[in-house]
Design a binder for this molecule. Structure first.
Ligand SMILES: Cc1cc2nc3c(=O)[nH]c(=O)nc-3n(C[C@H](O)[C@H](O)[C@H](O)COP(=O)(O)O)c2cc1C
Length: 213
């Protein structure tokens, strides 16, 4: 695990808790891995375009090897994001929960990196049933998330309403990344003292994890 890709989903900068917590992990990780390479991908404060009609046409062009030049241009950003993903072994996501899901920049990033023939593939077995190949094996992911409310974690009162980190986990598993750790701070919009405790505990876990990851 020598190349780490940090993907930041919050539109907030210094005020972002998910970003601050991910930085705590990265700081320790860089100290324990002085030769490692850290790349950052901003999807919260930089614009990641939504999927367009041109993107869909180019992405699902029947003969990818013979894709016309104009269509190749429509996939340029997606190709760059996929290449970056393939090139790193450890992925660190920082993201808030927005309306029970992911912020739209991170959702757009997912739409660009789940690419048939590059990150997953589909073939048919002898009975014509689709068989999926998950092409990105051997990577690890850490999802650091912050939520305004509480009880969205596994076993929590509102766990069934959490479509944020579970969505990201499902998309990553679909392309082969199934070694995934989620660390959350909860309650930013409720009792300040409770959030401070949750955030401190998340930070402690992240610092510990960085020493063993
Ligand atoms: C547009 C928007 C939607 C939000 N939706 C939710 C939500 O559904 N559930 C929740 O617990 N918090 C929600 N929040 C609160 C954020 O998850 C919370 O403030 C989080 O700590 C922000 O992360 P950040 O500090 O990294 O930006 C929302 C905040 C915003 C701005």
């Amino acid at each position: 695990m020598n190349k780490i890709l940090a993907i930041h989903g919050s539109p907030r900068g210094e005020r972002s808790h998910s970003r601050r917590l991910a930085e705590a992990f990265l700081q320790v990780w860089q100290t324990t891995h002085p030769d490692a390479q850290l790349t950052r991908r901003e999807v919260g404060r930089a614009f990641i375009p939504h999927v367009s009609e041109a993107f869909v046409a180019a992405n699902f062009y029947p003969e990818p090897q013979a894709r016309p030049l104009a269509m190749q241009a429509d996939l340029q950003l997606s190709d760059e994001l996929v290449g970056e993903l393939i090139d790193h072994d450890l992925l660190v996501f920082s993201t808030p929960m927005y309306n029970f899901g992911l912020p739209s920049g991170l959702k757009a990033w997912i739409d660009h990196i789940v690419r048939m023939g590059l990150t997953f593939d589909v073939t048919q077995d002898s009975q014509g049933i689709a068989q999926y190949q998950r092409l990105l094996q051997g990577k690890k992911a850490l999802i650091v998330t912050s939520r305004g409310g509480s009880g969205f974690g596994p076993g929590g009162e509102y766990a069934a309403m959490n479509h944020a980190d579970p969505h990201l986990r499902t998309a990553l598993e679909f392309i082969g990344i199934d070694d995934i750790t989620v660390i959350a701070a909860e309650g930013e919009e409720s009792v300040p003292e409770a959030f401070r405790r949750s955030s401190d505990e998340a930070e402690r876990q992240l610092r510990d994890l960085a020493r063993t990851f």
